[in-house]
Design a protein around this ligand. Structure first.
Ligand SMILES: Nc1ncnc2c1ncn2[C@@H]1O[C@H](COP(=O)(O)OP(=O)(O)OP(=O)(O)O)[C@@H](O)[C@H]1O
Length: 294
């Protein structure tokens, strides 16, 4: 698989404050990367470095070139956290103006239709809601038909339909072989689409891999069932960290689902409506980021 971004030993300081501490990673062509971390972890700073907006010590190449170089830029679209709001300019005027800067681009009319912006395309940017502005910013990122997209908290403020339409578009872009790096605090959405997840804490990566790898490392599961037996009976099961009773169901959390289930099955004829769920990205993320980073 072709490596599209290669970063080694990246460091960045704001004055005396060390914000990125020796970060190395690769992104392959066609991958969707979920870059996640608590507020202030360093995600936006990293995207700014990859876009060539901030200097760094360490090495970083995109398409085999330095960030910000002309050849690299031609392939890249970005959606940062700030939306472009120009007085007196409408959505369709802005998209037409930006499209004219590219040698080849999507037609603004086509993109407006495909991204469901038609109802506010003739509105001035200053009259748009926060969620509508995010949708316009996404259109701006796409208009040059980039091969690589950096999206920083793209769905903030979007309503349910807009978010669904956004993630649908991301899946289409993946099918087209585009490479996408997305930061988001909506971890259930990231867990659905990301091929790999990079978890950042205090300017370092504390995990790089697929969501499946992450779940395998954190073997925790929740087992829910109904039973006529008292919940105390299940306290002796191995690897159980928590037992709760709610809505007539027993909820068991285990750090080794296989071992707990094996022992639980001795009570099989007393168990009804059993479900076993592996932990979500959000739950694992909270556990991961609560651990100390050396
Ligand atoms: N212009 C700046 N000057 C000084 N410190 C800054 C500046 N911008 C960001 N920082 C600090 O750098 C650290 C990383 O910020 P960054 O915006 O990269 O985090 P983030 O992971 O993107 O956070 P969020 O999820 O809140 O967007 C934070 O501690 C932040 O306070």
């Amino acid at each position: 698989m072709k490596t599209l971004i290669e970063a080694t030993h990246l460091k960045f300081n704001y004055g005396q404050k060390s914000v990125l501490k020796d970060i190395s990673f690769r992104v392959n062509s066609g991958e969707i990367i979920g870059l996640i971390g608590e507020n202030g972890a360093g995600k936006t700073t990293l995207l700014n470095i990859l876009l060539g907006l901030y200097p760094t010590t360490g090495d970083v190449v995109l398409f085999g070139k330095q960030p910000g170089s002309k050849v690299g830029k031609a392939h890249i679209g970005s959606m940062l956290q700030t939306d472009m709001v120009i007085q007196g300019v409408t959505v369709s005027e802005l998209l037409a103006e930006i499209a004219s800067c590219y040698e080849t681009s999507f037609s603004p009319e086509q993109l407006i239709k495909e991204l469901h912006l038609t109802t506010f395309a003739k509105e001035r940017l200053t009259n748009l809601s926060g969620g509508q502005l995010r949708q316009v910013t996404f259109a701006i990122a796409l208009i040059g038909n980039p091969d690589l997209l950096f999206l920083d908290e793209p769905t903030v403020g979007m309503d349910v339909q807009a978010r669904q339409s956004f993630w649908h578009r991301i899946r289409l872009l993946k099918q087209q072989g585009k490479t996408i790096v997305i930061t988001s605090h909506y971890l259930n959405e990231i867990q659905e689409v990301a091929d790999r997840i990079l978890v950042m804490k205090n300017g370092q990566f504390i995990f790089q891999g697929s969501f499946n790898d992450l779940q395998n490392q954190h073997q925790r599961v929740e087992i829910v069932f109904q039973t006529e037996r008292a919940s105390d009976v299940f306290k002796v099961l191995p690897h159980v960290t928590e037992i709760n009773k709610s809505d007539g169901n027993i909820h068991i959390r285990s750090t080794d689902g296989d071992a707990t289930l094996y022992a639980l099955m001795k009570n099989f004829k007393h168990l009804h409506q059993i479900t076993v769920t592996r932990e979500s990205l959000e739950t694992i993320f909270v556990q991961l980021t609560n651990q100390e980073v050396k």
